[in-house]
Each structure stands twice: as structure tokens, then as C-alpha cells.
Design a protein around this ligand. Structure first.
Ligand code: AMP
Length: 495
């Protein structure tokens, strides 16, 4: 099926051709005709499905065909999004798709000066993409009126509620004209979203772009079990050994992001971060540098990463598992986009087992586990998927291509624990002598949140051959050998 068969106008078709979109994605096929016909829409769609074009294309067409001009400080179409990054991205999409149309668009979010936004609004805007907080500020200042508003889009509505925008949204809905077209997009459909839909939408077409866990099925996923303190070194080791190109790395905290960036830079690996403590300009700069390949690793927290669109990203690494299982799907949705190949690797330690279990429950399968020689977990990550057995055992072997044969091996999950998960963890703590501090990675910083020092002890062995035994000394030696091999650029066992 072509875009032309969806009755899109020539200006849009030209733009789509120039960016290489040949055929509509499933959600675009369903949504575009309905939105063109003026219907409301309730869409269960996550990022990576082409949802932005699904609403942007038909809305741009409607706005340009009606030909009306927006009066000063008025807008004709409002797209609400949860984060600044998503606002920029959606705005860019409107700009790209609407390149040949005589429409004005603008973006407004907090954390940057308001004056340029006020100046743009003064001229009247056809499409405004905004976060709820800044939008209300602009309205309160009298810079924004809604009398001409024809269409409202709520993008990633579930995330807006997660981020505490419910009150702002209610306020906003009360000042918008009742006569309008409303499109609601949400990755998940919990009860509050259903209520919001019931309140806002009139006889909507309901579309389901993909089951919530579809991305999880199309991206190759692997778990490396290890100890928390080994994660930084394991990451560096895998990056070198596997010859990873650009990697998007997710961590749980802002401090954790900064720590990892410092550590990678000390190792001579180009890295930058994107998280809530950074000014918006710094975040945009970091993203631009990553997109331009000026840095190899971008370390991100969940909120900041929401809405990031990086084309053809081959690999996402979960340095920490997210505490909300849905975020795992959002994270891995950054790779394998629009049909491209994607891989997601998670470094998982024992105290993340509950999160792992929640993720596996959500995606409906037990993730294959690997252990990297020299980085095996002393605190074994308990078996998950007891209720999903026997598949758990069957999938413990990697379904995808395995990590380098000979140095990584399927991790053997422990026997399932009694209910309560963490109950027996204390007993697993290693004896005192095993807990002694280890030599840090080159330039490793103190006070890492949640990340211990990588082991650098043990003589560097000859590259390539790695023998794994259960003893700490042997593990250190194996690790050092693995490091030497990866630093020497050994590619013999490439995954
Ligand atoms: P979204 O789900 O809107 O975040 O889009 C995910 C990615 O798919 C973006 O990189 C889009 O540029 C891309 N995309 C959207 N629609 C198409 C299409 N019909 N053909 C190819 N790529 C697309």
C-alpha cells in the first residue's frame, strides 16, 4: 500500500518521498483515513510504530486544505507531549512532513526562556507542540488563546499522567473549545487513560498499533547476569570485545548517569549523558553529538530519554533495569525501529531480580541469560519465571546469536526461591574476604551510586583463551585476560 492510496496531498507525498517513507505502517494505515475524515481517535501505540506520522500527516492535510489563517496568539492545532525531548522530536516531524505546506508550527516547553516562544505565538501558529506546564504558563500570561483550536492531540498520554500532569491537563481541558477533533495516543491503557478517553473523545475510532509487548518480540534481547560492582567493567569489556558501535545506555539515576559518563571518558570512550539535572540546551547538545557520531555512548535516564528518536540505533544497553516494567519496553523501543534490526542487552544483578521478573511477566517470556567469563555473579541472580516454567529453562539458552562463543555462556538460573524474592538474599552475601575493595577502573570515581568498582586485579593473561572456574582469583585472571583480548581488538569470536 502506498501513501498516495491514503489520499494524501501532493505536498505531503513529496515530503514523504524525500525522507524515504515508502509505505504506511499499520497504525498509519488505520489512523490516517479516520483523522482525515475528522474522526476522534483512541490509539494504543508505542513509540517506534510510526504513531507521530499517523497523526501529523492527516492533521497537516486538514489544516492546509482549510486554508484558514491563525490570528495573533491563536493556534489551530495543539499537540501535548510529556517531555521536552519528545516535544522537540514531534515538532521536527511536523516540520519535516509539512515542509512543502504553507503552515506555521512552533514548540514550547519549560526550562528555556519564554521570550522566543512568546514572539512566535504573537504571529499566530497552525501547529503548536507543547508540554502541559509551559503551555499553561503561556496561557496565563495571555500569550495563547484557544478560540481557533480545531484539533487536540495527546501524545504518550499515559506518560503525562505518570509524570503528574493530571491536574494541568484537567485545567487545560476546561479552557479548550468543546467543538474540536481529539486524538489520544497512549502506549498503555490503564483505567485513568480510559476515563480520560471517555471524557474527551466523541465516538472515537479505536486502533491498536501493536500489542504492548510487540517491540519486545522484535528486538533481540539478552540478559548478562553479574554482580552490581562488576557492571561498569563488564560494560567496557563488552563494548570493546564486541566492537560495539554507538550505544544508548540506560541507568536508573541522574547521578548514576554522570558517574558512568565520567568512567567511560576516563577509559577513553566518548560518552555524554541526558538526564533531568541537565539544562535543556545541554540535553539537546548531547543528543546532537550522539546523532552526529561525535560520541559513542549516550547515557540516559528514563524520563529524559522518552521521545528520543535516533535512527537505526542498533543497540540499547540497560545498565540498570528500570523500576517500572513498562519503561523496559520504551527503552528497547529505541532500537529496531520501523523494522530495523535491534538488540537490547541488560546487565542484571541479584538485587534486580524482582524487576527482571516484572519485566518478563509484562513481555510474556523469560529473557535468555548469559554470563561473561570473569564477570560471573557471586550473588547469583535467582531464577525467574518459575510460574512460566518449563519455558524458563528452555529459554535460558540464548535464542539469538550467542555472545562470543567460549567466553560467554548461558547463565544457569538458581532453583526458584520461595515467594518473597528477596527473603534469603542476605544469606547469599559472600564471606568477608570476598568483599574486600578491588582496584578501580582507570580513573574510577568514588561514591558511585549503585555501581561498585570494576575488578582490575589479576595478571593480564594471553588474549583469547579464557578459562572460567568458580574461584575469585581465577575469575579475576579470566577477566583480565578478557580485557586484554578486548583491548587488543580480538574479534575472533565475534557475536
Ligand atoms: P514514531 O513511532 O512516530 O516515534 O516513529 C518511529 C520511527 O519510524 C521514526 O524514526 C520515523 O521517522 C519512522 N517512520 C514512521 N513512519 C514511517 C514509514 N511509513 N516508513 C518508514 N519509517 C517510518
Amino acid at each position: 500500500m502506498s501513501f498516495a492510496s491514503l489520499d494524501l496531498i501532493e505536498g505531503l507525498l513529496r515530503a514523504l518521498e524525500s525522507i524515504g517513507y515508502n509505505s504506511p505502517t499499520p497504525i498509519q494505515k488505520q489512523a490516517i483515513p479516520a483523522v482525515l475524515a475528522g474522526r476522534d481517535l483512541l490509539a494504543a501505540a508505542q513509540t517506534g510504530t510510526g504513531k507521530t506520522a499517523a497523526f501529523a500527516l492527516p492533521l497537516l492535510q486538514r489544516l492546509s486544505m482549510e486554508g484558514e489563517q491563525a490570528s495573533p496568539n491563536n493556534i489551530r492545532c495543539l499537540v501535548l507531549v510529556p517531555t521536552r525531548e519528545l516535544a522537540e522530536q514531534v515538532y521536527q516531524s511536523f516540520h519535516t512532513y509539512g515542509f512543502h505546506l504553507p503552515l506555521r508550527s512552533a514548540v514550547a516547553y519549560g526550562g528555556v526562556p519564554m521570550e522566543p516562544q512568546l514572539a512566535k505565538l504573537r504571529k499566530g501558529i497552525d501547529v503548536l507542540v507543547a508540554t502541559p506546564g509551559r503551555l499553561l504558563d503561556l496561557h496565563r500570561k495571555g500569550a495563547l488563546e484557544f478560540g481557533q483550536l480545531q484539533a487536540l492531540v495527546l501524545d504518550e498520554a499515559d506518560r503525562m499522567l505518570d509524570l503528574g500532569f493530571a491536574a494541568d491537563l484537567d485545567l487545560l481541558f476546561s479552557v479548550l473549545p468543546a467543538q474540536r477533533q481529539t486524538l489520544l495516543f497512549s502506549a498503555t491503557m490503564p483505567e485513568p487513560i480510559r476515563q480520560m478517553a471517555a471524557q474527551l473523545l466523541r465516538n472515537p475510532l479505536t486502533v491498536q498499533a501493536s500489542a504492548p509487548n510487540t517491540a519486545a518480540r522484535t528486538v533481540r534481547q539478552t540478559v548478562f547476569t553479574t554482580d552490581k560492582r562488576n557492571k561498569p567493567e563488564l560494560f567496557v569489556h563488552l563494548l570493546r570485545k564486541e566492537g560495539w558501535g554507538q550505544v544508548l545506555v540506560f541507568v536508573k539515576t541522574r547521578k548514576g548517569a554522570e558517574y558512568l559518563v565520567g568512567l567511560l571518558q576516563d577509559e577513553g570512550i566518548g560518552a555524554d549523558s541526558i538526564h533531568g539535572d541537565k539544562a535543556q540546551t545541554a540535553r539537546i547538545k548531547a543528543l546532537k553529538r550522539f546523532k552526529a557520531n561525535a560520541v559513542q555512548v549516550l547515557v540516559a535516564t528514563d524520563v529524559a530519554a522518552r521521545g528520543l528518536d535516533i535512527e537505526a540505533l542498533p543497540l540499547v544497553v540497560n545498565f540498570d533495569l528500570p523500576s517500572v516494567a513498562e519503561d523496559y519496553i520504551h527503552r528497547i523501543g529505541r532500537t529496531g525501529r520501523a523494522g530495523a534490526d535491534g538488540e537490547a542487552i541488560s546487565l542484571v544483578c541479584a538485587d534486580e531480580v524482582d524487576m527482571l521478573r516484572a519485566i518478563e511477566k509484562l513481555i510474556g517470556s523469560v529473557l535468555p541469560r548469559l554470563e561473561e567469563a570473569g564477570f560471573e555473579a557471586d550473588h547469583r541472580v535467582p531464577a525467574t519465571g518459575a510460574s512460566a516454567a518449563p519455558a524458563a529453562r528452555a529459554t535460558a539458552k540464548p535464542a539469538a546469536k550467542p555472545a562470543k562463543a567460549g567466553t560467554a555462556r548461558p547463565a544457569t538460573p538458581e532453583a526458584p526461591r520461595p515467594a518473597g524474592g528477596f527473603g534469603g538474599l542476605k544469606e547469599e552475601l559472600p564471606p568477608k574476604e570476598k568483599q574486600r575493595p578491588r582496584a578501580p577502573l582507570k580513573g574510577a570515581r568514588g561514591g558511585s551510586p549503585g555501581a561498585g568498582r570494576g575488578a582490575a586485579s589479576g595478571p593480564a593473561g594471553s588474549a583469547g583463551k579464557v578459562v572460567v572456574t568458580a574461584t575469585r582469583g581465577a575469575k579475576s585472571a579470566a577477566r583480565a585476560a578478557g580485557r586484554a583480548a578486548s583491548k587488543a581488538g580480538t574479534r575472533g569470536n565475534k557475536r
